[in-house]
Design a protein around this ligand. Structure first.
Ligand SMILES: Cc1cc2nc3c(=O)[nH]c(=O)nc-3n(C[C@H](O)[C@H](O)[C@H](O)COP(=O)(O)OP(=O)(O)OC[C@H]3O[C@@H](n4cnc5c(N)ncnc54)[C@H](O)[C@@H]3O)c2cc1C
Length: 487
């Protein structure tokens, strides 16, 4: 690298001087570069209201413009984060609080959306959002079946390797990525043309997968080629109350044995999550539980298929009803509610936004094997009750694939300093617990300042060294992202 100039990359560092910012502004068209005192709050604040401070925001429109920003950043040793729709909850897409970092926002990178209905693939710019993509795909009876309560960009989904509510059937983003175009933060702003989009390609290791789930630390994804699926033609959804939380696993096994790959969702909402939804729900979200206390645990179960209606299956609702009846007779199910799929899904998709409205919180994105999930749930709740007795613990998530979102909420009362001590203790203890049960501290949200310490603590040195070597190769000046990969 040679001798570093007056300001050094990353954290801590210095803000690029006005001359450098003037040069950046000259790289793009008017309005594409924003600098203070313009209002940058939207790019600095994440979904949980945590705030960093941006030295600049650049909004390139295509790969050539991304390269110009990256080359400028390299010349001036200016550290930056890549940001898509900014819906990620681990603080990986917002700048830190130093005021030195910039933001490369992909919100204007929306030029390409090419569907190949024969190949069942789509080539799409990184800044295009999931809803727009799925609207275009629907005209060809296709869909990208990653389903979540937010509307992220494709670049952000690749960065985080988004999972979502139908992972049990369709897998995560990784499973759908057939190709990528990536701009590396090196001197030349090298473009890696990994976008051939083949389903079979064994020319050595699959390099593009290195960038999936790398949380914006290795390169800027500018384009993706995705494998897409046929739209479902028939589905049935039910809310099911298991007799106990351990009966969840019995019900899942029964469903899979009877319906195989038609099981497309198996989601859990605990009573705490349901109560939060009841408090914050909008009038269009129907509440099925009347005035009674909601059940301790509710499962949203979906069967669906892309087969033409009536071709080989009996009516899906009858079929699901019959299985739930079998589960009831076997002693696994206490109660069930049926309704239009969109209405029941609306309840599930409201969970995060409702819980975010409940107060100061620490949110965990955990996963483990299905067989260890109930243990994780019970032990984590006990641990939190022990370490932070005044808190409420709410959990929900994609339990069909071993996922558990655990949210610990602190009531407003009490000193902020005491709360911080408790939050730290809860944070470390829950991450240690999930590791001890063979699980992971990042199921589907990627890594960021929120969880990097847990990842570091539990990653064997050899593996960590490999990750650091990848980082050094792709980003030699350590310019990109919100994380420091220390020794
Ligand atoms: C209500 C709600 C529900 C959610 N539900 C789910 C869920 O069910 N499952 C799930 O997995 N997640 C969920 N999320 C989290 C979030 O929506 C996903 O992680 C999403 O994929 C992030 O995409 P984004 O465009 O918002 O990216 P951002 O938040 O802007 O960024 C996320 C990460 O990707 C990186 N990044 C962004 N663009 C690029 C790019 N072009 N190149 C390289 N790196 C890039 C960023 O640096 C950052 O590390 C939810 C969030 C909300 C608010």
């Amino acid at each position: 690298v040679g001798s570093l100039p007056a300001y050094t990359p990353g954290r801590p560092g210095a803000t690029p001087p006005p001359t450098a910012l003037g040069e950046l502004t000259g790289q793009l068209s008017p309005g594409q570069v924003l600098v203070p005192p313009e209002d940058l709050a939207r790019y600095e604040t994440d979904v949980l209201g945590r705030r960093g401070s941006a030295a600049w925001v650049a909004r390139p429109r295509d790969t050539a413009e991304v390269r110009r920003v990256v080359q400028w950043a390299y010349r001036h040793r200016a550290s930056f984060v890549v940001q898509g729709a900014n819906t990620g909850p681990v603080r990986a897409g917002i700048p830190d609080a130093s005021g030195h970092q910039g933001v490369l926002s992909t919100e204007l990178c929306r030029g390409t959306l090419v569907i190949d209905a024969v190949d069942r693939t789509v080539t799409v710019s990184a800044g295009i959002d999931l809803a727009t993509l799925n609207e275009a795909l629907a005209e060809h009876h296709l869909t990208l079946p990653i389903d979540l309560g937010a509307n992220p960009t494709i670049g952000g989904m690749v960065g985080a390797n988004t999972g979502g509510a139908r992972l049990i059937r369709h897998g995560d983003v990784r499973r759908h990525v057939l190709g990528l175009e990536v701009v590396l933060p090196d001197e030349a702003a090298t473009v890696l043309p990994l976008q051939r989009g083949l389903r079979k390609d064994n020319r050595g290791p699959d390099v593009k997968q290195l960038f999936v789930g790398s949380s914006g630390t290795l390169g800027v994804v500018t384009m993706a080629v995705l494998s897409v699926d046929l739209l479902p033609r028939q589905s049935a959804v039910a809310l099911v109350e298991p007799v106990t939380d351990s009966a969840m696993v019995e019900l899942l096994t029964l469903l899979e044995h009877r319906h195989g790959e038609q099981v497309t969702a198996f989601e859990m909402l605990s009573r705490g999550a349901l109560e939060a939804i009841a408090r914050h729900r909008t009038p269009d979200v129907r509440w099925p539980f009347g005035s009674e206390l909601p059940p301790d645990v509710i499962l949203l179960v979906e069967l669906s298929s892309s087969d033409a209606a009536g071709s080989i299956h009996r009516d899906f609702v009858d079929s699901l009803t019959e299985t739930i009846e079998v589960a009831r007779q076997a002693g696994h199910v206490a109660n069930a509610w049926f309704g239009p799929p969109q209405q029941l899904w609306a309840l599930r998709h409201m969970a995060i936004n409702a819980i975010m409205g409940e107060g100061a919180l620490v949110a965990f994105d955990l996963s483990t094997t299905r067989s260890a999930l109930v243990d994780l749930r019970r032990q984590a709740r006990d641990l939190v009750a022990h370490l932070a007795p005044g808190t409420r613990c709410i959990d929900f998530g994609h339990v069909g694939d071993g996922g558990l979102h655990l949210v610990v909420i602190w009531p407003d009362a009490g000193k902020a300093a005491d709360r911080e001590v408790e939050q730290r203790a809860v944070h470390d203890a829950v991450y240690d617990l999930v590791e001890s049960l063979g699980g992971t501290s990042s199921a589907e949200h990627g890594i960021g300042p929120e969880n990097i310490d847990a990842l570091r603590r539990h990653t064997p040195q050899g593996l960590w060294n490999l990750q650091r070597a990848c980082k050094a190769m792709c980003d030699p000046l350590d310019l990109l992202g919100s994380l420091t990969f220390g020794p």
